[in-house]
Each structure stands twice: as C-alpha cells, then as structure tokens.
Design a protein around this ligand. Structure first.
Ligand code: CO
Length: 170
C-alpha cells in the first residue's frame, strides 16, 4: 500500500469537503487546518516538533513579501505552522518582541475562500484581507480581525497544496 498523499485522509480529502449551500457562513468552516505558532528561529524549533513529537515537515518556505519564514508540520490531517520573522518591522516580529514565542492564530479550512470572505464581510465580520492571497505552501489564505473573532486572530485557508503530505502514520 502506497503512502497516502496529501489529498487523502482515511480515504478522503479532509480539506476539499463538499459543502452544500447553507444559510450560515459559520457552517462553511471546515476542519482546523493549522495552528500558527510564532518562534524566533525555525532551525531551533523545527527539531523540537519533528524529533520530539514526531511531526514531519510538509513544507518550509521563505516569504520575503511578508517578512517571514514559515513551515507546516503534520499532525494528523492538520498542521502546526511555525512562523519566524525575517525582519524587525513585521507584525510577527512585534508579536515576538511583545509576547515572546507562542500561539499566534488558528486557521480553518474552507471550500471556497472568496465566497466565504464575501459572506462574512456582508455579515459584519471585520476582515483583514478582503480578497484571498497566496500563503505558505501555495494555499490561498485570508485573515479575520480578532475584534470579530473573540480576540483570536483567525485565518481561513483554501487548501491548494500540491506537495505530498509527509506526516507519520498514526
Ligand atoms: Co497560518
């Protein structure tokens, strides 16, 4: 039996779930795609999650336009996203300076990010990104303002990854 690819989890793709039209935008949210942790240095932190917790690195990428380097490490069908600032003038760098390393945001999978964003904005949710933009690993992402989401920075992800999901088998 070949190793399962990113696109299957127990025989199905957990992220590209089919949604039927629903009354509430809340019902369009899928599984938790990843939880974002801010760290000072990826080279220091990746071994902790990889070697101690057994989480495989699925993707690692420098994103100069956002001033960060980030990596996704598999945890079942979800990920932990480690984010390190490249410069001192980014939001991530300010977060690190003010609060130290730790949890930064939670990301939910959605089937159609553009329409979900529109529906949320129409419903009065404050969006940081009014349109989807490219995120780590080729995903399309957008952030919602914590003022609208109980004080927690919330990201929505339309999963477009092409890489193999290299997590360890449970
Ligand atoms: Co994220």
């Amino acid at each position: 039996m070949s190793a399962p690819s990113w696109h299957t989890w127990n025989g199905r793709n957990p992220w590209q779930h089919r949604t039927t039209p629903l009354q509430s935008h809340v019902m369009q949210l899928g599984l938790i795609h990843h939880v974002g942790y801010v760290v000072a240095d990826l080279d220091d932190e990746i071994p902790v999650y990889r070697d101690t917790l057994g989480m495989a690195v699925a993707v690692r990428e420098v994103m100069p336009d956002q001033g960060v380097e980030a990596a996704l490490l598999g945890a079942g069908p979800s990920y932990v996203e480690l984010i390190a600032p490249l410069t001192d003038d980014t939001g991530v760098a300010r977060f690190l300076a003010k609060k130290g390393p730790g949890m930064h945001h939670v990301a939910f999978a959605v089937a159609d990010l553009q329409s979900t964003l529109r529906e949320l904005a129409d419903g009065g949710v404050e969006v940081i990104d009014s349109a989807p933009r490219r995120g780590l690993g080729g995903h399309m992402v957008a952030f919602l303002h914590p003022r609208s989401t109980g004080g927690v920075l919330t990201e929505l992800v339309e999963d477009h990854s092409q890489y193999e999901h290299t997590r360890l088998e449970a």
